[in-house]
Design a protein around this ligand. Structure first.
Ligand code: SF4
Length: 354
């Protein structure tokens, strides 16, 4: 038996979350707000996204403002959210939307936008344009696997869960309020059907929940055991000059942290670097001192970075030829410096001041 859409919508009308990107009851959401928040929410939690979202809207109140912005300004506003390829796609997408005079309203048009996958397209189509589609994020995946007691582990079960989720809005009540229905599913997952201890006694769908009936709800969705995350090693050099500038360079456009700034350094490889191996990559002859280690967890590996720090009167003349740039330490906050590199600067900074 499919759960009652009307019961879920009644619950949502009483308990909906107030979120900065969410339209007030009875109002239509702005597709720019929905799109921006959804891209950011792919990175981290609602609480962590809110300050970034507000800052973006202050800097770029409309999608046209974002499209006109310099890439470095967008990257700097994004810095700290991780996955910089998403920031580049975000900027490319804003340009495509501005050039077309607005967001497409249908799934096919949305899916053709840079960086917009099936989930984000469905979220925009449902929330901003009232299309009867069910966006399947982690919350909806969890609710669906429990409702239908789908016990096969993720990620293999993802397609089956999505197929069941797509049936949830079959009723006329759900289709009449497609935007609210999608957001009600998100809120049910975030508020009651939580990962560890679902509050089933309060759930508007408890009477039709097979997971609850079978006593397995809290264990779903099952997950296949993860392989251990591999470790990589790198060395980066914090070179400062007498007036407090830091030597940076830009990473290649393609690849991890593509187009972002970094301290000069070695590749990241599977084996640790010896000091003499690493110093061959130093950006200048200087009195290099080991200044600590920073660890950073990426999705597919953990990186250990050894920091070497040195101070010189002036940066080497070869700096511009090798792609280096001098950035005042006070301006680093406003630069497109990823969190990993911010940690490296913080680790090495006192050593250069000593
Ligand atoms: S009854 Fe419990 S497990 Fe089932 S959907 Fe509701 S909160 Fe989730």
């Amino acid at each position: 038996m499919l759960p009652s859409s009307a019961a879920l919508l009644r619950w949502y009308d009483r308990h909906r979350r107030t979120l900065p990107w969410r339209a007030l009851p009875g109002r239509t959401a702005d597709p720019y707000h929905v799109w921006l928040s959804e891209i950011m929410l792919q990175q981290t939690t609602v609480a962590a996204v809110i300050p970034y979202y507000r800052r973006f809207l202050d800097l770029f109140p409309t999608v046209e403002d974002l499209a006109r912005a310099e890439p470095d300004t967008v990257m700097a506003a994004w810095a700290g959210l991780g996955y910089y390829a998403r920031a580049r796609n975000l900027h490319a997408c804003s340009r495509a939307v501005a050039a077309a005079g607005g967001f497409p309203r249908d799934m096919a048009g949305l899916l053709a936008l840079p960086g917009v996958g099936a989930y984000t397209a469905a979220a925009i189509a449902a929330i901003a344009f009232g299309q009867p589609v069910v966006p399947v994020d982690g919350n909806v995946e969890r609710v669906t696997s429990r409702l239908f007691a789908l016990a096969d582990p993720l990620p293999g079960s993802r397609k089956t869960i999505a197929r069941h989720a797509a049936t949830l809005n079959a009723s006329a009540a759900a289709r009449a309020r497609a935007s609210d229905f999608a957001q009600a599913l998100f809120d049910l997952g975030a508020g009651l059907c939580t990962p560890r201890q679902p509050a089933c006694a309060l759930c508007p769908w408890r009477d039709s929940c097979a997971g609850l009936r079978q006593g397995i709800a809290a264990s779903l969705p099952a997950k296949a055991p993860r392989a251990a995350r591999p470790v990589r090693h790198g060395v980066h050099f914090l070179l400062t000059d007498a007036s407090g500038h830091v030597l940076l360079r830009r990473r290649p456009e393609k690849g991890l942290l593509g187009g972002m700034l970094e301290l000069p350094g070695t590749d990241w490889r599977d084996t640790p670097w010896t000091g003499s191996e690493a110093l061959a990559f130093a950006p200048a002859d200087a009195d290099w001192r080991a200044a600590g280690r920073v660890s950073h967890v990426f999705t597919h590996f953990t990186l250990h970075v050894d920091i070497y720090a040195a101070r010189v009167g002036h940066f080497p003349n070869t700096m511009a030829r090798t792609g280096g740039m001098a950035v005042a330490h006070a301006d680093l906050d406003m630069s497109a410096l990823p969190s990993l590199m911010r940690k490296c600067v913080a680790a090495g900074w006192p050593a250069t001041e000593a």
